[in-house]
Design a protein around this ligand. Structure first.
Ligand SMILES: Nc1ncnc2c1ncn2[C@@H]1O[C@H](COP(=O)(O)OP(=O)(O)OP(=O)(O)O)[C@@H](O)[C@H]1O
Length: 346
């Protein structure tokens, strides 16, 4: 008599549709699925609670009940605070636009959670509901990774998970919730007033309460909106930018390694279409990159990530550290900022 032992896999269940359907598909494939809900934010530290933690946990419990799988609730509040939230605040204070999701993937989901699975749940197999993921991790599966969102919804409907089709997608940064960004950030970073100056005349046109309250390209309240530069001003557009050390999923692309430059598909933020860019080295060991765009792009923001593809295949990514010389600066020599300073700086 042979005994069939089902392979155990942990599915990170967020209370949203993608992880619910991921767990369902894994169960259908015959895995021994265990759900894991991560508590990454302590709502009791937070006076203006609008975080959806309770509702998400309730939904995670609901999925696991429906699928008849166990649910573990893991507390990663400390890890999230130290590895994601503190760098997030630092970035804002330094005028960058951070991407906490990338740090959360790197340090919490694909590090702390993976370690927890090995140490406490007797498996090193993990699954998440990500679609567009820039990692090729040996022990991680993405069951809905190559399924269209419309099909994920269909699968949910066919399997009595309609509650998740109706649930609003989480937008933006989860711990901020529905409150205004400045109301949230003011709890952590003190006000630091400064002048808002017109880029062309250098005249003072307003006052800000700290650069951490703003991101590149965002509208700001000023006294004289009529004479202010618009959100499509050439100072917001750039055709070249620089990144910090790159991370390649397999290895450095061959042509890049041999020639010091190569062409690939590039994506900046989800809402942008993929375009072909020229990637060249801006440091001796090919780690830092210079990206040349075929057309100027608006609001390439330092702190955000550039992701490189070969068609559908993700090659790697790098954090943007300098948005280069703007179209406006190019027209007005000498440039206000010389992006070549990076070569000397690093
Ligand atoms: N609090 C959490 N606990 C456990 N897993 C989580 C949590 N938050 C996110 N995840 C995992 O990371 C994946 C991606 O999360 P993210 O919020 O970026 O995307 P999503 O498309 O909204 O996913 P979902 O529809 O499953 O919420 C989720 O599908 C889930 O597997």
């Amino acid at each position: 008599m042979s005994i069939h032992v089902r392979k155990r896999i942990i599915c990170a269940i967020s209370g949203g549709i993608d992880s619910a359907v991921s767990a369902l598909l894994l169960k259908k494939k015959g895995y021994d699925v265990i759900g894991c809900f991560m508590k990454n934010w302590d709502k009791y530290d937070d006076n203006t609670v609008t975080c959806t933690l309770d509702k998400d946990l309730e939904d995670a419990e609901y999925v696991c009940r429906k699928l008849q799988i166990k649910l573990h609730v893991v507390d990663f509040v400390k890890q999230y605070w130290n590895k994601v939230f503190i760098p997030f605040l630092d970035d804002y204070q330094n005028g960058l636009t951070p991407n906490p999701d990338i740090l959360c993937n790197k340090y919490v989901k694909f590090d702390a959670l993976l370690t927890y699975c090995k140490q406490h749940l007797q498996t090193e197999l993990l699954a998440t509901g990500h679609y567009d993921i820039n990692y090729a991790l040996k022990y991680v599966q993405f069951p809905v990774g190559d399924i269209l969102k419309s099909d994920v919804k269909k699968i949910a409907l066919e399997n009595s998970l309609e509650r998740f089709v109706q649930k609003r997608e989480s937008m933006g940064i989860c711990f901020i919730g529905k409150r205004k960004f400045h109301v949230f950030i003011d709890q952590f970073i003190s006000e630091l007033k400064g002048d808002i100056r017109h880029i062309e005349t250098n005249n003072i046109i307003g006052e800000h309460k700290g650069i951490h309250r703003h991101t590149l390209g965002q509208r700001i309240p000023i006294y004289d909106r009529q004479h202010a530069p618009g959100t499509n001003h050439p100072a917001l557009f750039t055709q070249h930018f620089h990144t910090d050390a790159s991370h390649w999923i397999d290895e450095i692309p061959y042509t890049f390694k041999t020639n010091g430059h190569f062409e690939c598909d590039f994506k900046f933020q989800h809402r942008h279409k993929t375009i072909v860019v020229q990637v060249s080295s801006s440091s001796p060991n090919n780690t830092r990159l210079k990206i040349s765009l075929p057309i100027p792009i608006r609001s390439i923001s330092p702190g955000q990530y550039a992701v490189f593809y070969n068609g559908e295949e993700c090659l790697g990514g790098a954090r943007i550290i300098d948005n280069g010389t703007s179209l406006y600066e190019l027209k007005h020599s000498p440039p206000l900022i010389n992006s070549d300073r990076l070569l000397n700086k690093y």
